[in-house]
Design a binder for this molecule. Structure first.
Ligand SMILES: Nc1ncnc2c1ncn2[C@@H]1O[C@H](COP(=O)(O)OP(=O)(O)OP(=O)(O)O)[C@@H](O)[C@H]1O
Length: 263
């Protein structure tokens, strides 16, 4: 799959990004671009620095070195770490989504499914109760949650339903970029397959850009246009997903790919 490039400027540009935890390296000298409508996968084994990188580019963790630039809706490009805290918070609310591996981290477990989706609309200024509930109901349907569950709480949902609800909560405000941290981790294989299909369809329909962290090459294959492979905090290979998986260049990537094929 090749990424749509209807736009000639990247949405997000990461340059020379590094994060140290004391003497320990989280990630180092990472550079890449994400284009509008493109899905980028960050893959690598446990401890390779994927989560550190995702947190640094989504402003959840301040990098030690480097820059992350983001192109706003008005076309202006801004360095995320030169923005004020208030500007960053606004961006996170209006332009970005963040799908956690554990839905409990991204949902309010004790309020209804409808409210979980609806309160995000209120956070961006919508006030009309009927419209908010209507939009929430519509989004629940889009993520295949039955209409009669709208007043149920996510703590009474299955793992797959919770994850689909978290996705609806993130997409309802029409973000341009969504970060996903192992979005299918911890789910049964059949549930994973269905969720991946759903995410793939939604991302394509909405023309969303997404950055997906996964240790699972099958997830990268299914969702992403392009991927970067990390080892010991550094990017050791990057390219179109099909190219990297079908013809890996770095010995480490060859090992990763062949170990999956043997399973
Ligand atoms: N808060 C922290 N304090 C110290 N070291 C950390 C911290 N968080 C991560 N690290 C270290 O940074 C390196 C990268 O970790 P990171 O969690 O980013 O990897 P990962 O690829 O996301 O792994 P996993 O798939 O297991 O989540 C590891 O050596 C890890 O021990």
């Amino acid at each position: 799959m090749s990424g749509p490039r209807e736009d000639d400027q990247p949405l997000l540009s990461v340059r020379g990004l590094g994060k140290r935890y004391g003497d320990r390296i989280g990630c180092r000298d990472v550079s890449f671009d994400v284009w509008p409508g493109e899905v980028l996968a960050i893959v690598g084994e446990s401890g390779s620095g994927k989560t550190t990188l995702l947190n640094c580019i989504s402003t959840r963790l301040e990098p030690t070195t480097g820059a992350v630039r983001y192109r706003l809706r008005d076309g202006q490009e801004r360095d995320l770490y030169e923005m004020s805290e208030a500007e960053r918070r606004l961006l996170m609310r209006t332009d970005w989504g963040f799908v956690h591996q554990n839905p409990a981290d991204g949902l309010r477990m004790s309020v209804s499914a409808g409210a979980n989706v609806g309160e995000r609309l209120m956070a961006v200024g919508q006030r009309h109760y009927g419209n908010i509930r209507g939009t929430a109901a519509n989004w629940l349907e889009r993520v295949e949650i039955a209409e009669d569950r709208i007043d149920d709480r996510p703590r009474d949902f299955s793992g797959g339903m919770r994850q689909r609800l978290q996705i609806a909560r993130n997409l309802v405000t029409g973000p341009r970029l969504v970060f996903m941290d192992e979005p299918t981790g911890g789910l049964d294989v059949s549930v994973q397959a269905r969720l991946l299909d759903l995410v793939r369809g939604l991302v394509a329909d909405l023309g969303l850009a997404a950055i997906v962290v996964t240790h699972d090459l099958a997830v990268a294959r299914l969702l992403s246009h392009r991927m970067i492979v990390m080892k010991d905090g550094a990017v050791i290979e990057a390219g179109l997903t099909d190219r990297v998986l079908d013809d890996p260049q770095a010995p480490y990537t060859q090992l990763l790919v062949s170990s999956i094929l043997q399973v």
